[in-house]
Unconditional design. Structure first.
Length: 163
């Protein structure tokens, strides 16, 4: 609440510099703020009496928006990149996928490695487990297993997180 929105009888007033001016009526506090060409802002409405501060509210809002924008700029979103393998994959093809996974992990992204079983391949899921164990060992220097290999419908899925 700012300026005329404040309807309390008495408020504890704080100056621009952070000095306490004591408990005054809200009309008097508004008058002091108007003399200094600043705003009266209620900063602690639940206190007894409520705490109000004299400040330039427009500048305050601008600074808050600026801080939020900076925080969003520095924030890194973690993407989940997916690599698909098959149970009959060759060793060289696995090495190509390992290089790609290492690249993703270096960038700070999580990697979802999935093996899709088609047709009768679903009867031999042990092959998929061995492939994923070898894959995890190959990228162990750059990432750790976030979620162990698990069957989801017709796919065996494992998540890797960067170290």
């Amino acid at each position: 609440m700012i300026n005329e929105q404040i309807r309390d009888k008495e408020v504890r007033l704080i100056d621009v510099n952070g000095e306490q001016l004591g408990i005054v009526s809200s009309k008097e506090a508004q008058k002091i703020a108007d003399e200094r060409k600043l705003d009266l802002v209620k900063i602690a409405p639940t206190a007894k009496p409520p705490v109000c501060r004299i400040m330039d509210y427009g500048k305050y809002k601008f600074d808050q928006a600026k801080k939020e924008k900076e925080a969003r700029k520095r924030q890194k979103t973690v993407d989940v990149k997916e690599l698909r393998l098959s149970p009959s994959i060759d060793t060289h093809d696995i090495q190509v996928k390992v290089k790609k996974a290492i690249e993703f992990l270096k960038d700070g992204d999580k990697v979802k490695v999935s093996i899709r079983f088609r047709g009768r391949e679903i009867g031999n899921t042990k092959v998929g487990h061995t492939i994923l164990e070898g894959f995890a060992n190959d990228v162990a220097e750059y990432g750790v297993v976030d979620k162990q290999p698990k069957m989801e419908a017709r796919s065996l899925v494992m998540f890797l997180a960067p170290k």
